[in-house]
Design a protein. Structure first.
Length: 309
């Protein structure tokens, strides 16, 4: 990453507002906030806590509680990702906003570099970077396409085994492609790291609180692009994402919200693009997939009980 001029605050206001929704992220929350506060930027950080029951807030206060740039908002209950972000959004002041998962660790130069890119790219409504796993590999959702309901249905029914060409050239994730050499418009970035231009957000609107967890980011990507704002992947910036730190305790609940989000996204943006029987089949396929997961989970529990595990 080449050195870039550091965006400065204007009239005493921060250059960047960082919003993090926390739910039992453990010590990763303090690591995440500490990495942000180490950036050479005038910034403010809002932690919106959705009723965490672990030590994450205590550890955060012990390590960074004296930093005036940090504000902690305790919501008391789990309000979901979208609402947790939107509550904090109302208090932000900067022209750019970063919606950052509490299990993401940014590099010291990442945020200044990305703000410099946004300043130089007026059509960019949102930007993301390369999301790395802790082992250094690129995370699956780092760069992707908007989900295609046809591909999803074909894979659920395993029709590609019979007719592989049914999904030829169509895929969700693009991490098997070489990284672009320069910032490139993409359909979708990772929802764990979304750098947003305030002017674009004010035009598009906040995250849809009809989603609880999962797919609210895809919803936003579609709305930004339909409003004429580009979404960029900046390949020479990266963060490390310890994926799933906030959702390991209740896997079935996470799957429920994921499937509910997929159904809502399809109804909002794609249902009317297809003939009615196909659209109904897609919705049925989403819930049939969730039912199958329930059956598998139940079978595993029975096996575990039978073996005494």
């Amino acid at each position: 990453m080449s050195e870039s001029p550091v965006p400065r605050a204007h009239d005493g206001q921060p250059a960047l507002s960082v919003v993090t929704v926390n739910f039992n992220a453990g010590d990763l929350l303090a690591d995440c906030v500490g990495a942000v506060l180490a950036s050479a930027l005038a910034l403010e950080v809002f932690v919106s806590d959705n009723g965490s029951a672990d030590d994450s807030l205590r550890l955060l206060r012990e390590r960074h509680g004296d930093d005036a740039r940090l504000a902690i908002m305790e919501n008391g209950v789990n309000l979901g990702f979208a609402r947790g972000n939107n509550i904090a959004l109302a208090r932000t002041k900067a022209p750019y906003l970063l919606f950052l998962n509490p299990d993401c660790i940014v590099g010291v130069d990442t945020l200044p570099h990305l703000l410099t890119f946004m300043d130089a790219t007026p059509d960019a409504g949102m930007a993301g970077c390369v999301i790395r796993n802790p082992d250094g590999s690129e995370q699956v959702a780092s760069r992707r396409n908007i989900p295609d309901p046809w591909v999803g249905l074909v894979r659920f029914l395993h029709l590609e085994r019979i007719w592989p060409k049914l999904t030829a050239g169509k895929r969700l994730n693009r991490t098997d492609e070489p990284l672009p050499a320069s910032p490139t418009p993409v359909d979708a970035i990772s929802g764990s790291f979304m750098l947003v231009r305030r002017r674009a957000l004010e035009e598009v609107g906040p995250l849809d609180e009809g989603y609880f967890l999962h797919c609210e980011d895809l919803d936003w990507f579609v709305r930004f692009q339909r409003a004429g704002w580009a979404i960029y992947l900046v390949p020479d910036a990266q963060v490390v994402h310890h994926k799933g730190a906030c959702s390991t305790g209740r896997p079935l609940a996470v799957e429920w919200h994921k499937h509910r989000g997929m159904a809502r996204f399809f109804r909002k943006f794609q249902f009317r693009d297809h003939v009615l029987p196909f659209s109904l089949l897609v919705v049925a396929g989403i819930w049939a997939h969730f039912a199958l997961l329930l059956l598998v989970h139940g079978a595993r529990r029975l096996v575990g009980i039978g073996t005494g595990r």
